[in-house]
Design a protein around this ligand. Structure first.
Ligand code: SF4
Length: 397
């Protein structure tokens, strides 16, 4: 093992330090003193889930979370043989490149990241300035390439499913957002492509890395699920201090099954019971995501029914209303602002805390999954010769 390899072994066993990362993101990596630590995620992951028929077989002993530019600089600093040595020793080196990025007028940026097997995933950076002028930067990350659950309103579901992401492929989305914005990510939401509970092992490993190595507080991380039987209990057993967000979308089983076909396997009562247990195990409030679909689930009667459902299970819940972001070919429409406000008021009058999510980049008509779908049709392998021009790309949602 050469000196440079020994050095890398040393730094990769050290915790990942935010201050150093900020420095390296400025693409000026000062190596040298052993007190310095390199931008790295020390994942020793043997990822593939048996549930994924086409999962990667590569074990990621380590990912150096550096962009290509940063790696080249590192190779200069440590000598040309550096990168080869790492690879010969079985280390994965470098991050997946950003294939496309699209910026919405409100500053939201959607990235298409090209994975090692040429598959594309979306990740979104959402900047929000608070009253004091400081910026909160949320990374909305994908957990799978596509999604097998096919919720009726979702562009990702319509685009098909390819495989689970490995943990480092989740973490590097956050690093890509930081590099793009030149700003630290403050919040992470697992609300991008895929159902996180179908890839729990990698999601938990990525969560650990984001929290321990990248130092994003557990409370700043939200894991969202449409509901997969027996997984909420498993998640609760890890006693994370992160928010669980349930994509509910309906106040009763019948309507939910119409909107979310996978709900047939997981009755509403069972989900609510598991949510209650999640709260009891973790003391963390559960949040319910509710996509408002005009004329389908957005009536005041639906709000009343939802309030009754939540009261039946306690008062530990928050409802996040999401006026539907229209997607190409969808039968659903966006509700009027008046309908959304009336729905929220009906919940509030019944003492349910509620917020209406601001839709970002709506004018460009791009819900989650649409950008990827534009570029990558089934079988989800990039054919760069047929990639559409920039003007054919949907804008970030
Ligand atoms: S909403 Fe989520 S779970 Fe449903 S198809 Fe889309 S990505 Fe999958």
């Amino acid at each position: 093992m050469t000196t440079s390899m020994a050095f890398i072994q040393h730094v990769c066993s050290a915790p990942f330090v935010r201050a150093v990362r900020a420095r390296s993101l400025a693409a000026n990596i000062a190596i040298p003193s052993h007190k310095h630590r390199i931008l790295s995620t020390t994942t020793t992951i043997s990822t593939p889930s048996s549930s994924s028929p086409r999962a990667h077989d590569n074990d990621s002993r380590v990912l150096l979370g550096l962009s290509e530019t940063e790696l080249q600089q590192l190779a200069v600093d440590l000598g040309q043989a550096f990168r080869n040595e790492l690879q010969e020793a079985g280390w994965r080196v470098g991050r997946s490149p950003i294939y496309q990025s699209v910026t919405a007028p409100d500053g939201t940026i959607k990235l298409l990241i090209k994975l090692e097997d040429n598959r594309l995933i979306e990740t979104v950076g959402i900047p929000v300035k608070d009253d004091k002028g400081s910026m909160r930067l949320t990374a909305c990350v994908s957990s799978q390439v596509g999604c097998p659950l096919r919720c009726s309103f979702c562009a990702t579901g319509k685009g098909g499913f390819s495989r689970n992401l490995q943990a480092h492929e989740i973490v590097e989305q956050v690093l890509a957002i930081e590099e793009t914005f030149k700003h630290r990510v403050t919040n992470v939401v697992f609300m991008g492509m895929g159902e996180p509970m179908l890839n729990m092992k990698a999601v938990l490993e990525a969560h650990r890395c984001l929290n321990k190595d990248i130092q994003i507080g557990q409370r700043m991380i939200t894991i969202s699920t449409v509901g997969v039987p027996n997984t909420i209990k498993r998640l609760a057993s890890h006693k994370l201090q992160s928010t669980l967000a349930i994509s509910l979308h309906a106040p009763n089983q019948k309507l939910r099954e119409a909107i979310v076909p996978s709900a047939k396997a997981y009755p509403l009562e069972a989900i609510m019971e598991d949510c209650k247990n999640y709260f009891l195990e973790t003391s963390r409030r559960v949040s319910f995501e509710y996509a408002l679909l005009a004329g389908v689930n957005d009536a005041v009667e639906h709000a009343t029914e939802l309030a009754e459902l939540l009261h039946q299970w306690g008062r530990i819940y928050h409802v996040n209303l999401i006026p539907f972001n229209p997607i190409e070919g969808s039968e659903y429409k966006r509700p009027s602002k008046k309908a959304a406000l009336a729905f929220a008021a009906a919940l509030e009058s019944r003492k349910i805390t509620v917020s209406i999510r601001q839709t970002r980049g709506l004018e460009a008509n791009a819900a989650c999954g649409q950008l990827r779908n534009k570029f990558q049709k089934t079988p989800l392998v990039l054919d760069s010769d047929n990639a559409p021009s920039q003007s054919d790309v949907a804008i970030a949602c």
